[in-house]
Ligand binder design. Sequence first.
Ligand code: FAD
Ligand code: YCP
Length: 447
Amino acid sequence: MHCGLFFFLRRHYPGRRGRGHSGLHKCNSRTSARALRRHRKSRKEGRVNLPALRNLGAEEMSSQKYDCIVIGAGIQGSYTAYHLAKNNRKTLLIEQFALPHARGSSHGQTRIIRKAYEEDFYFHMMEESYLLWSHMEAESGVQLYRQTGLLVTGPEKSRDFQGMKEALELNRVPSVVLAPEEFPQHIPHFKLGDGHGAVVDTTAGVLYADRALKAVQGAFQKLGGVIKDGEKVSGITPGSEVTVTTASGAHKAASLVITAGPWANAVLSHVGLQLPLQVQKINVCYWREKVPGTYSVSRRFPCFIQLPSEMEKTDIYGLPSNEYPGLMKVCYHAGSETDPDQRDKQTDRGDVAILSSYISRHLPGLESVPAVVESCMYTVTPDHHFVLDRHPMHSNIIIGAGFSGHGFKFGPVVGKVLCELSLGRPPSHDLSPFKLQRFQNFLKSTL
Ligand SMILES: Cc1cc2nc3c(=O)[nH]c(=O)nc-3n(C[C@H](O)[C@H](O)[C@H](O)COP(=O)(O)OP(=O)(O)OC[C@H]3O[C@@H](n4cnc5c(N)ncnc54)[C@H](O)[C@@H]3O)c2cc1C
Ligand SMILES: O=C(O)[C@@H]1CCCCN1
């Protein structure tokens, strides 16, 4: 994949000089007293004086001081905010869109959860994540996970397949290797590729994503956390106290966590940082079952990941039919580059053609034309690993980004470690694979 992107640090922040900001946080007491008088007068006269109201908002908000502000109420930001509140920190979660919304990466009904990872660090994080998801189920009283198992299939001799099989074994993940002759009786209506191996991670399943996001945000609010949605962050002034500016005013906190998903670089530009991230629009395709129920969750059809092969160079994955009756989700694990604010202008459907061909060959019980196509976005790093780190120059600014199309299942643990970084505590997982430092080769100074 080509990432013509870069990472740079700026020594000076325009915000420090008061440029590039609305200047609202600089509003002094005399101007705000005047604004207050103007506003009261207008109210008496039945007029709505918008500039006065805006100034008033700024004054009120700048007096609100938080322990931590989290930018972005996707799964990572919401879980971070939840952990902060659980640690008795006065926390503000800011979201640019009115919640719930479908314009980032965390919407939609389902995601895969699995322990099947080649890398040990992900496996260890997933062990804790499962536990924390079950705590959230108990806390919210909502079912968030359904076990279905996950079929991993691909060229038997490929490094990817062997790596996955060995990792499952090494980490003692309950799993079953299926020989080609016994495969159809275990997983009917799925044609295994010639020379392809099959292994099932039986711990895997489906996370109910929309429900999960709502549950986490609800739990955060129950702990006293504040969510301000429909408020886009337009400026950040770093310092021992960080000021975050939105159209309605300025918010201050001792620390800041940035979890802005596809908008990570837009938000990070306010703190002089650009990461090598590529935003991709994903066509989320649902395919109609010829006989309703063939691939349904209630018949215990598993999720699957088809590893790259001669025919398909990128992973293809599927989830049993569940959210839309009679439709099974099967998608391509890559998309075309997009600007997150112009997502719907990206209309490339090359992946749909690849999926149609795959479905005709491997999933004969599905019609090979998609019945529903929705949109979602990946924010992809060059190595497909996450970014979980501190800002190199401002240790009270924490960054969670680049979840590369596989971050949802990690939400509870990502939130926990971002919270730990923000509190200055040692993180409970090895974060060395997620350091900004690894992008040094992309480093470009603007000086
Ligand atoms: C089609 C698809 C399938 C996937 N499948 C899986 C899967 O099976 N399993 C899995 O584990 N993961 C999966 N993922 C990945 C997973 O969904 C993402 O990694 C995860 O949702 C990323 O969450 P996030 O919080 O980083 O980003 P987001 O959900 O995008 O949240 C970022 C938020 O920040 C807000 N924001 C941005 N800029 C500002 C600003 N200036 N001011 C205020 N708010 C702002 C945005 O509006 C957004 O709400 C999939 C993703 C997609 C798209
Ligand atoms: O995170 C996951 O488990 C899946 C794997 C397939 C591609 C989409 N994400």
